[in-house]
Design a protein around this ligand. Structure first.
Ligand code: NAD
Length: 361
């Protein structure tokens, strides 16, 4: 396993923003994208952090990511909003569509926000956490197309879907932090295959098959050629069903489109996201249900832990723990991950020495 080095989050933000500025993003956009990526590293999801810079630069260079792309409101029907992201940065498109949805949920008690044609929306928990800051419960169904499908359907051996994430969050009570459930419907996110490859470690069992359909732990099976194998769905047939639901809601219903052969042609990531934002005030206020939530969490957490574990953990806790630790100790990056970032900077004309100085490398 290669060595890990720690980087301060503020300095990483500066270095990442410098790359996107050089990639023709304006100052605010470059910072917004850097903030979203660094937040993913802070929350422990290195697959969606600085590692994505290289991919975003490739998409800028191949013209499939528009640094000036913004969310356009194409349907306004009160509690229902539909946006076209015009392949702008997901960090910018998602911020705009969630802001609008939060305002509508405040006015109507609920908002349905369809976000079509966004470039990569990153860690979807980031958007649920944006809704949490406004005191809202939210659900997000996301599909992915624009590149080679990565996930095999249950019962099949050839990739047909993206890693289609699902996310849901419920605000904190006075006694418990928020519940933030956020996962790819593949057993692991594809970025984690890259992380394993960079670190030189095997994949978890049951995550990938090779082109013949045989189980494999070797991340390089799908790197650099993703058609060398396929990821498997989480939860077997249940994850498969949820993945298809993400295609139906995040792809077909938003108008962004579902995964089909015509949409594989570009080397990019197009996300469609159907978000449902619920203001608990519309159901009598969060205070009236907080007692119920506390009782549930208390009961669940009172289960004796399995051997080797200290306690039962609720969704959202691993990310909070990672954030607390990494804010203090820095973000650990594999040598290869840093090298990939520096190489990406080079592809938009930023010198390695500049990035090293900015990041304190
Ligand atoms: P994961 O397997 O790490 O699961 C994360 C979820 O499980 C979180 O809600 C976490 O709090 C919870 N969790 C983790 N350990 C737990 C435990 N021991 N007990 C209870 N709950 C626990 O995540 P993943 O599937 O690898 O996805 C990683 C990220 O990738 C997500 O943020 C997802 O949104 C993102 N993603 C984005 C795209 C895209 O196209 N934008 C595609 C796929 C995935």
């Amino acid at each position: 396993m290669s060595e890990l080095k720690r980087y301060g989050h503020e300095k990483l933000r500066q270095a990442i923003a410098a790359v996107f500025r050089a990639g023709k993003a304006d100052e605010a956009t470059a910072r917004t994208v850097a903030d979203m990526l660094v937040d993913a590293n802070l929350s422990g999801h290195d697959s969606h952090g600085i590692q994505m810079v290289s991919y975003y630069v490739d998409c800028l260079n191949n013209g499939t990511l528009d640094p000036a792309g913004r969310a356009e409101l194409v349907l306004d029907a009160g509690a229902v909003l539909r946006f076209d992201g015009h392949m702008g940065f997901g960090a910018v498109v998602g911020a705009a569509t969630m802001e609008a949805g939060i305002a509508r949920a405040g006015a109507h008690g609920i908002a349905l926000v369809a976000t079509a044609n966004s470039h990569h929306l990153g860690r979807i928990g980031y958007w649920a956490e944006t809704c949490l800051q406004a005191g809202l419960v939210s659900l997000h169904f996301v599909n992915v197309h624009g590149h080679q499908p990565l996930v095999a359907p249950w019962g099949g051996i050839r990739a047909r879907m993206g890693t289609n994430p699902f996310c849901a969050a419920v605000p904190a009570t006075d006694r418990h932090p928020p519940f933030v459930l956020d996962f790819a419907t593949s057993k692991i996110a594809f970025g984690k295959v890259h992380v394993a490859n960079d670190k030189g470690i095997p994949l978890p069992a049951g995550a990938m098959i090779d082109a013949q359909g045989h189980p494999t732990l070797e991340p390089a099976t799908m790197i650099p050629d993703a058609t060398g194998g396929a990821l498997l769905t989480m939860g077997e047939h249940k994850g498969f069903g949820l993945s298809i639901l993400c295609e139906l809601l995040g792809g077909a219903l938003t108008g962004g489109g579902a995964n089909r052969p015509e949409r594989i042609v570009q080397e990019t990531t197009t996300n469609g996201m159907l978000s449902i934002l619920i203001d608990p005030a519309a159901l009598g206020g969060f205070g009236t249900i907080a007692g119920e939530i506390d009782a549930l969490y208390d009961f669940v957490l009172s289960s004796p832990p399995v051997a080797g574990s200290d306690s039962v953990t609720l969704a959202g806790e691993p990310e909070r723990r990672a954030r607390a630790e990494r804010l203090q100790a820095g973000i650990p990056l594999a040598e290869q991950a840093w090298a990939n970032f520096v190489a990406a900077g080079g592809r938009v004309g930023v010198a390695a020495a500049t990035l090293e100085t900015l990041a304190g490398a």
